[in-house]
Design a protein around this ligand. Structure first.
Ligand code: GDP
Length: 238
């Protein structure tokens, strides 16, 4: 069996069981391309329309109050970088589809986001948060197409699920799948509420799986390089 398959099959479930996210810290707001952190850490890109609940998602998942929530749309003017356990970044992307920003401001955001996504030195995963009560808007459809075009692993979080009854929940899932047929419930589509914690366990497990797999790979790569150095000598890796 190849090493990667072995790792994925046996080692990752073990690691994802024992690894859990402990500490999230706000690193900095990024307003320009030069300010994007140079650290080569994996990134969780948190995207979705303004006021959809991105900050509330961070606070709920990481048991914190670090992200500023607001009932007024469009407050975010920066890419907000958070660091989790020194292992990966959560990048809160500015609200899409918010009408009250100038054309210039929107173009600047788009450039910044494109630049962030084009820096392929780090692994990126996208969580697209969508309000479960509404159909995806044009900006959500654009975002979905854009992320797919960049080959970034893509997950949709249907949030504010506390506002729906059982029947409405099923309708919401059905509706989103009409727009994005690639979505499968509990695989790349998750229901969530930041208010009552619905779906939180599944998303924490997903994060553990996503990022511990990456760490496991990196760990094994480094370890196997070290082992090879010992076994084969330095010239092999020079
Ligand atoms: P952001 O602009 O995407 O960061 O959105 P915020 O996290 O600031 O949330 C916008 C508003 O939606 C706030 O009034 C939140 O309290 C509310 N909100 C966020 N998540 C939920 C949720 O799961 N359920 C309910 N009922 N309200 C939510």
């Amino acid at each position: 069996m190849r090493l990667e398959i072995l790792t994925q099959k046996f080692f990752t479930p073990f690691i994802s069981y024992i690894w859990f996210m402990k500490k999230i810290e706000f690193l900095k707001p990024v307003y320009s391309i030069q300010e994007i952190p140079k650290d080569n850490l994996p990134q969780l890109l948190l995207c979705g329309r303004s006021n959809v609940g991105k900050s509330s998602f961070i606070n709920s998942i990481f048991n914190t109050k670090i992200a500023k929530t607001s009932s007024t749309p469009g407050k975010t003017r920066s890419l907000n970088f958070y660091k989790v356990d020194n292992k990966f970044f959560v990048v809160d992307l500015p609200g899409f589809g918010y009408a009250k920003v100038s054309q210039k401001e929107r173009e600047d955001w788009n450039k910044l986001i494109l630049k962030l996504i084009s820096i392929k030195t780090s692994i990126q995963v996208a969580f697209h948060i969508i309000d479960s009560r509404h159909s995806p808007q044009d900006s959500d459809i654009e975002l979905n197409e854009f992320i797919h075009s960049q080959n970034i692993p893509y997950f949709v979080i249907l949030n504010k699920i506390d506002k729906l009854n059982q029947k409405e929940k099923s309708e919401s899932v059905k509706r989103i799948r009409e727009y994005f047929p690639e979505l499968i419930l509990n695989e790349n589509l998750f229901l969530f509420s930041a208010i009552n914690g619905f779906g939180k366990k599944e998303i924490v497990q997903l994060l553990n799986r996503l990022f511990s797999w990456i760490f496991t790979q990196t760990f094994l790569l480094l370890t196997s390089k070290k082992l090879s150095l010992i076994i084969f000598g330095k010239h092999k890796w020079a």
